[in-house]
Design a protein around this ligand. Structure first.
Ligand code: ZN
Ligand code: ZN
Length: 171
């Protein structure tokens, strides 16, 4: 096992406690996947995690990675982030924080805004819905995709699809 990817002790303890409470075994897969997620702050997709853990668990299947990530979310050790039209991403940070989502490259950055952490939860009884938490996604362009040129066009093109979408928008 590579030391530089050790699971932070607090997260490991939380995983042990959650597995014990739920009567789940602390499998190598659960530990390695949580470790992979805890080691990055770029909000990876399940496939990103799969690519990362294949180095350590060559036999692991895509289904297992998806299932383990769902288990980690159910245990409260990670959260899912979804933006319309983009792949679901996972976040090991479960404290209240917000996100900056790039509309072009779909990058997701953590955004700290203490003022936004203290919003009063609105009444939702009329919707037969109990609000428990919130997280705000601000959509825009990251520094790599930002409109450096006044007309908003950008030399940097990440994918042919992005370029095509932009050209269609300009018509
Ligand atoms: Zn971007
Ligand atoms: Zn986050």
């Amino acid at each position: 096992m590579k030391n530089r990817h050790r699971l932070p002790p607090a997260k490991l303890l939380a995983l042990e406690a959650a597995c014990r409470d739920q009567g789940l075994p602390l499998t190598v897969q659960r530990r390695v996947i949580l470790e992979a997620l805890a080691g990055r702050d770029d909000h990876p997709t399940a496939d990103d995690i799969l690519a990362q853990v294949r180095g350590r668990l060559p036999e692991i299947s895509r289904t297992t990675v998806y299932r383990v990530l769902d288990t980690l979310v159910r245990l409260g050790l990670a959260v899912k982030i979804s933006s319309p039209g983009a792949a679901v991403r996972f976040d090991c940070r479960t404290d209240r924080h917000h996100h900056l989502v790039c509309l072009q490259c779909e990058k997701v950055l953590d955004f700290e805004a203490p003022k936004l952490n203290r919003l009063p939860l609105p009444r939702s009884a009329a919707y037969a819905f109990v609000i428990q938490d919130y997280s705000i996604h601000f959509r825009g362009l990251c520094s790599e995709c930002g409109s450096e040129r006044p007309n908003g066009r950008n030399r940097k093109t990440h994918t042919p699809d992005a370029r095509r979408a932009r050209e269609e928008n300009e018509e």
